[in-house]
Design a protein around this ligand. Structure first.
Ligand SMILES: [Zn+2]
Length: 956
């Protein structure tokens, strides 16, 4: 092929979303590397991603995990930049982030960095694909990271059930491979390094790679850099690996797999192989079927199954796919009764399929999806550059360049034959069923090889398959959806005539506070409404909290059939509880928001609580509470620290204890009390006027008819002030099978203020990559290793977290303290120019612009909600404080708060001990205050002052 670059390539007929002002250029280098260049004059970050069209499907049979291992190794030094630190340090110093993933047929690497360092980062990144080192030393060490990553996933039901399905597939097709790898699969090979080199030299060829680069520079500059840096990647002229056969040929279908999950959940999934969808992106038949079988509105499978009390949630669509295969799936979360009615549930699904077969799918259904795809593409939110380039590089593997951006969204062609073909594949004999439930405990006879999931597998009775083919006529309650009235039909903007301020403005009324900002940045027909309905009853005891949560769930459950159409049409809502009351969120296209709000308000005021639904939702909620304790240990370590340092915080254990005795009568009596006294506080942002915002509150007020909250009723919570130098709170993992231990150590610094936040952030910025390299890359303590600044209840702190599969928390604590001990030297040895880079990197991060209305809304929300700090110029203030800091300020901060002998050190350490890790005695007298009784601990400590400024707006 001739060189194809320059002007010819500029004439891309690529469709670009309306609001997207970036410029795009698609080029192909001499080595056949395809590149998409994106010029964004407003960006503060540069970003790049490389997608290599090879994944774990190409692992050598005898060495599962090689593709994934190779992905890890590229980060650990290249010929041009041999130091393992180079890449991570460079990105950290310049405000960057990085990551990578290995999937079935792709490996995707991506990063971002402050735009001023775009070229330097590109140069380091390009070397991954040109000359990685794969040193013997790093190879040996990094196998442990792979192993920790696998162990992190061991108790995770998502990974377990995915691997179990793979284990039942055709062993001659690579879908059956174990992609993550672990010590067992890698360490057994004496020539593992050679295997890595072979893998890289076989598959890392420029002609199967796609690169996406986003920068502030013009397209010519970006092109010049890319040509300079990426042309050296070798073109081995290989074919994208493809695979003969299929994962589920007929003899692997017609089975039912029963397994026991880690968490108390009940999942029923039906899988059918359908014709590969990969190339069918113009007609998207799987999307059309998913829309119908996964529908939740009136007449849908889910609505029918909910009415029967069998299923709580349902997901339908293409669940897995690759170049050569697709599975269509229907996945359901079962209610307790559903477990005893699995055959009946499947009958209903087949009755619905029978309707589709008999009545056919009308063209208007396709056209509805078509117009939603069109609207979705036109008004697409911009994502973060790092996510965007990763997505683009992956998309480049699939979509031709003219459709690169629009391909995933648009429905180009109505091809009923293809939909028909996919529908025909959903035959009873083509089905593979999986059931996961605690009820199956003790009723299995096998263990899955890599995760140890207990399961059994048996053939579906031929007589049952025959019955599914001749089901009785479906009930009239089951039917295809009607036309969707929520599809947006107006994209008008409603700008106010007055000047528009930079941040939300406050408007106060007797029963409400409205924060409002009309959007003039993104100019899309969308709005975000966050309305807090503040009520003293929502969190006054664990029991009332459970009742409030159940109330939210009941309202959502009852609304679902009606409001599902809104969600399909890009208008979302939720009702959640928090310690101050309820939060109603409405977001998406603005033109029909009021219709939805009326309906929600009406439902909240006049909900009819059905006894059967109440029992089902209560049971589901109790399981959710119980399941929290099966979360990974590091999450428990963080949770337990929050419980201890918050004056008013109930625990999941307390909620769980209340569940069994809560009755329907109590619920009915509770609702009027919950909504008796309220105050509304809302944030309204986007294409919404102040009048519309007021209208929302009026609608709520009209239905709820509440009295105005009094000052004394305002819910309160404060942070606990640590008075001793060190606290330790230790407990075993709740999941007896979890081999992972975890630790979190937080340092309480002081009340949130620009100066304090700036110094903690800069301290973290200058030390975090060293911590990562010491604790993870060198010592291999675990896969999850973080250090962060953290804010809670108006307090600022610094925190280190490790989850480890090999070391107990006592050793982790020693290692963290050892590392902390080296920081003074690290800071002293930090050259001034390096320090300046870290500072600049942090300032860039702070001043980073929001990429979408969604991000902006989230930022203001943080300022408005409790503890209501209302610092709308936080980013600028903190950046200004960072700019003032010197290296000696950091050393001073370290010596004052963090160092082992720091006079103001206030350390709170939580430790979770995993399986086979007994909790050792602490030596006495201990230097730590041991927290055994959380209530007692809170009672004996002072609280930070109340910062809730809402009180001044309320009457006594
Ligand atoms: Zn990994």
């Amino acid at each position: 092929m001739k060189r194809s670059g320059g002007a010819m390539e500029d004439k891309t007929q690529m469709r670009i979303p309306d609001q997207d002002v970036r410029q795009y250029r698609h080029i192909t280098l001499d080595n056949l590397l395809e590149v998409l260049l994106v010029h964004d004059q407003h960006t503060d970050k540069a970003a790049a991603a490389m997608d290599v069209h090879v994944g774990f499907f190409s692992d050598p049979q005898e060495a599962p995990g090689i593709a994934h291992f190779c992905e890890h190794m590229l980060f650990l030094g290249t010929e041009k930049y041999p130091d393992e630190k180079t890449y991570i340090n460079y990105l950290t110093q310049h405000g960057g982030n990085w990551n990578a993933y290995t999937s079935t047929e792709n490996t995707n690497y991506y990063y971002d960095v402050s735009h001023a360092h775009a070229e330097g980062a590109l140069d380091r990144f390009a070397q991954f694909f040109i000359a990685p080192l794969f040193t013997q030393d790093a190879t040996e060490r990094e196998m442990n990271a792979i192993n920790s990553e696998h162990k992190k996933n061991l108790q995770n039901d998502y990974w377990r059930s995915a691997e179990l399905l793979k284990s039942a597939s055709n062993p001659d097709y690579p879908y059956s491979k174990f992609g993550t790898g672990n010590l067992e699969t890698l360490q057994q090979h004496a020539d593992i390094r050679q295997k890595l080199l072979n893998f890289h030299s076989t598959y890392y060829s420029s002609n199967i790679m796609k690169l996406a680069v986003l920068g502030k520079e013009d397209l010519d500059t970006l092109e010049k850099w890319v040509r300079e840096k990426f042309s050296a990647i070798k073109n081995k002229n290989i074919q994208v690996p493809t695979f003969q056969g299929e994962p589920f040929p007929p003899k692997y279908l017609g089975f039912r797999q029963h397994y026991v999950p880690v968490k108390d959940t009940r999942t029923l999934t039906l899988y059918w192989p359908i014709p590969p969808e990969y190339k069918l992106w113009k007609s998207k038949p799987g999307h059309v079927l998913g829309h119908l079988l996964g529908h939740e509105g009136e007449g849908s499978i889910l609505a029918e199954l909910k009415r029967k009390g069998w299923v709580n949630e349902l997901l339908g669509g293409t669940l897995e796919e690759g170049l050569g295969f697709s599975f269509f799936g229907v996945q359901m979360k079962l209610a307790k009764d559903g477990f005893d009615h699995i055959d009946d549930i499947i009958n209903i699904i087949y009755q619905y399929i029978a309707i589709l077969n008999r009545e056919g799918i009308d063209k208007w259904v396709f056209e509805e999806l078509q117009s939603l795809g069109e609207i979705g593409f036109r008004f697409k939110d911009q994502s973060q550059p790092i996510d965007y380039v990763s997505y683009l590089a992956k998309s480049m593997q699939r979509y031709p360049r003219d459709h690169l951006l629009a391909g995933p969204y648009l429905m180009y062609e109505w091809v009923p034959e293809l939909i028909q073909k996919a529908l025909q594949a959903l035959k009873p004999e083509n089905m593979f069923i999986t059931v996961g439930a605690k009820e199956l405990d003790g009723k299995t006879d096998k263990k899955e090889k890599w995760y140890g999931t207990p399961y059994s597998q048996f053939a579906i009775e031929p007589s049952y398959i025959e019955r599914l083919k001749s089901l009785e006529k479906e009930p009239p309650t089951l039917h295809l959806p009607k036309r969707n009235l929520f599809i947006p039909d107006s994209f008008d903007r409603h700008p106010p005539s007055t000047a528009i301020p930079k941040h939300p403005q406050r408007y106060t009324f007797p029963n409400s506070t409205i924060w409002h900002k009309y959007d003039t940045i993104y100019n899309i027909p969308k709005a975000y409404q966050f309305i807090d309905i503040i009520t003293p009853k929502a969190y006054s005891s664990p029991r009332e909290t459970v009742l409030t949560r159940l109330f939210c769930n009941l309202v959502m459950d009852d609304l679902n059939e009606y409001a599902y159409d809104a969600q399909v049409a890009g208008l979302y809502y939720s009702i959640e509880n928090h310690f101050e009351g309820l939060q109603l969120i409405i977001k998406g296209y603005d033109c029909k928001q009021l219709i939805l709000i009326e309906k929600i308000a009406e439902k909240m005021a006049h909900i009819h609580v059905d006894s059967a639904r109440f029992q089902i939702l209560k049971e589901a909620l109790a399981r959710e509470y119980a399941n929290f304790y099966l979360e990974p240990p590091y999450r428990r370590a963080l949770y337990q620290a929050s419980i201890c340092l918050d004056s008013c915080r109930w625990t999941y254990e307390e909620y769980l204890a209340e569940c069994p005795t809560i009755t329907l009568e109590e619920m009915k009596e509770f609702i009027p009390k919950l909504l008796e006294y309220v105050y509304y506080e809302g944030l309204f942002i986007g294409n919404i006027t102040i009048e519309q915002a007021k209208n929302t509150v009026e609608v709520l007020d009209k239905y709820l008819k509440a009295k105005t909250l009094r000052k004394s009723q305002l819910p309160r919570k404060q942070g606990v002030i640590l008075s001793s130098r060190s606290y330790i709170h230790r407990f075993p993992t709740f999941n007896p099978e979890d081999q992972n231990s975890a630790i979190q150590i937080s340092f309480q610094i002081g009340q949130d203020s620009p100066a304090i936040n700036a110094v903690i952030d800069l301290f973290n910025q200058c030390t975090t990559s060293d911590g990562f390299l010491q604790l993870r890359t060198t010592q291999q303590l675990g896969y999850i290793v973080w250090a962060t600044t953290h804010y809670e209840l108006g307090m600022a702190g610094y925190r280190v977290i490790i989850q480890s599969d090999s070391k107990n928390p006592v050793i982790l604590e020693e290692r963290i303290e050892e590392w902390i001990g080296t920081i003074e030297e690290l800071l002293n040895n930090l050259p001034e120019e390096e320090f300046t880079k870290f500072k600049e990197g942090l300032i860039v991060q702070k001043l980073e612009k929001d990429k979408s209305l969604k991000e902006e809304a989230a930022r203001w929300k943080v300022e408005i909600r409790h503890p209501r700090l209302h610092n709308f110029t936080r980013a600028e203030d903190e950046a200004a404080e960072v700019a003032k800091l010197t290296k000696s300020d950091l050393v001073h901060f370290y010596k004052q708060y963090i160092a082992k002998d720091a006079p103001q050190r206030k350390r709170f350490c939580t430790q979770v001990f995993g399986k086979d890790c007994p909790i050792p005695e602490l030596s006495t007298p201990s230097e730590h205050v041991v927290v055994d009784n959380v209530e007692q601990f809170k009672k004996t400590h002072q609280l930070f002052p109340e910062t809730n400024s809402l009180a001044q707006y309320l009457h006594d």
